[in-house]
Design a protein around this ligand. Structure first.
Ligand code: C2O
Ligand code: CU
Length: 478
């Protein structure tokens, strides 16, 4: 059973060389090239590079990076702004960029073969779209994602609200998880059957903004908006903030009524984002742990909040305000069509076989293709296949996702934002808007959305090894 949690984290071992009191994880640099006549222009160059993932005192890690940085540069725009991003591919293989959570027109969604031809080595592609929703999003390749993201390709995409939200600092933490070898390189065992059929690729080194971090410096009285992005292939985070009371104000970029995390733990599945507002109520010189306690018995310290000797002010007494809702259109539940989605497979699973390329295949034949997961009895070998459903443009839908496996699955729908209606028949209290919903082993989750964005959209597990292992499909809106 220990396999379910993946290998233990050896971050402490990595730190043994000791960089002393380390970095305040900093915001990634901006990629903004200039203000063009057609909106904000950015350039992303995907290429092999190096990064100090384990800290400056450890050997550098060969990575694949956008603009030479892991994570890639922050793309930061204002709500409503149009964006053009020129992506140049200098990797040794094809790639694309997907704008995770942004409701973009289908040809801009970055899914190889489905919405565009992959960008070949040496070639480029310009993405162009308007950012209708404010919030915390991110970008990553959709070509061989498990290996490309796992080697460093991802970055934050922040859309600022039209009216500034009242905090003292707006901080983004991209959480990364890497499987590093002793020489500092990333283990190249991508897509091995063990990872694919269990919890996915869970690494041994967790980074904040691309480096193992020990401390983040804060001042008494600060109110900080902390945008957490889980860019790990497979690791789920469950963060606990010693001595502090964070408020959740947005999930997957979309505002939610400010509330304290359940059980004091902020849970973030792969690809998901959580925006927190935290009042720094500690005393100057104080130190408080942020612990990741998601996997039982494998708790570790992510980093400390380290108080400077100067205070900013006495902590604010004012309430944490809700963010303004995004222009997402409500699904009409009275007319919504229901669709069952059954997730099956994995180790300890009960998959008898599944349709592959439209043919019933036995489990051994599937394993030979690295396929161990299926949705509604279909295991996908690539991005193009018969849609799971064709939905009339403008109609409303409920997906009842039943997880018949022993594993967690963060299920992501492209091009739309859905409401999470209920879990195991219990209605959710806040009916949160999300683009990725974490489904626990054996759980049944209902989501609803208005099919208002025409095109073929991926619906898949964001444990990238599960996606590669067949847990992927598409939904057509026409
Ligand atoms: Cu973030 Cu289809 O992915
Ligand atoms: Cu999964």
């Amino acid at each position: 059973m220990s396999d379910r949690s993946g290998p233990a984290l050896s971050r402490r071992a990595l730190l043994a060389g000791g960089a002393g009191l380390a970095l305040a994880a900093s915001l990634p640099p901006s990629a903004r090239a200039h203000e063009g006549s057609r909106g904000a222009e950015f350039r992303l160059l995907a290429a092999p590079g190096e990064a100090a993932l384990a800290g400056a005192s450890r050997p550098a890690t060969p990575v694949w990076a956008y603009n030479g940085a892991v994570p890639g540069p922050g793309i930061r725009v204002r709500q409503g702004e149009r964006v053009r991003v020129l992506v140049e591919n200098r990797l040794p293989e094809e790639t694309t960029v997907h704008w995770h959570g942004l409701r973009v027109p289908n040809p801009m969604d970055g899914v190889p073969h489905l919405t565009q031809a992959p960008i070949r080595p040496g070639e480029s592609f310009t993405y162009e779209f308007a950012c209708e929703d404010a919030g915390t999003f991110w970008y990553h390749p959709h070509q061989r994602s498990h290996a490309q993201v796992g080697q460093g390709l991802s970055g934050p995409f922040i859309v600022e609200e039209r009216e500034p939200y009242p905090v003292d600092r707006d901080v983004t933490w991209m959480l990364g998880d890497w499987r590093l070898l002793k020489d500092g390189s990333i283990s190249d065992d991508f897509g091995n059957l063990h990872d694919v059929s269990h919890a996915g690729r869970i690494g041994n080194t967790v980074t904040v903004n691309g480096a193992v971090a020990q401390a983040f410096e804060v001042r008494r009285g600060e109110r900080i908006r902390l945008r957490l992005v889980n860019a790990a292939n497979a690791r789920i985070f469950g963060l606990e903030f010693e001595g502090h009371a964070p408020w959740i104000v947005a999930l997957d970029g979309h505002p939610v009524e400010p509330h304290a995390p359940e059980g004091g733990r902020v849970v973030i599945g792969p690809a998901m984002r959580v925006d927190l507002v935290i009042d720094m109520t500690g005393l100057p010189g104080g130190r408080f742990k942020i612990t990741d306690a998601f996997y039982k018995g494998l708790e570790y310290r992510l980093l400390d909040l380290a108080y400077a000797s100067e205070r900013l002010r006495e902590p604010r007494e004012t309430a944490v305000l809700p963010l303004r809702a995004n222009p997402v259109r409500e699904p009409d539940l009275s007319s919504a069509q229901r669709h069952d989605v059954v997730l099956a497979g994995g180790m300890m699973g009960t998959m008898a076989g599944a349709m592959v390329h439209g043919e019933m295949t036995d489990v051994r034949a599937m394993l030979r293709q690295g396929l161990v997961w299926a949705m509604n009895g279909v295991a996908a070998t690539g991005h193009v296949h018969e849609p799971m459903a064709t939905l009339a443009h403008g109609s409303s839908h409920i997906l009842a996702i039943k997880n018949e496996t022993e594993w967690w699955h963060p299920m992501h729908l492209h091009g739309h934002t859905f409401r999470v209606l209920g879990r195991d028949s219990v209605p959710t209290r806040r009916r949160e808007w999300q683009d990725t919903v974490l489904v626990a082993p054996r759980e049944r989750v209902e989501i609803a959305f208005l099919a208002d964005n025409p095109g073929d959209w991926m619906f898949h597990c964001h444990v990238l090894e599960h996606q590669a292992g067949g847990m992927m499909g598409s939904i057509r809106v026409a």
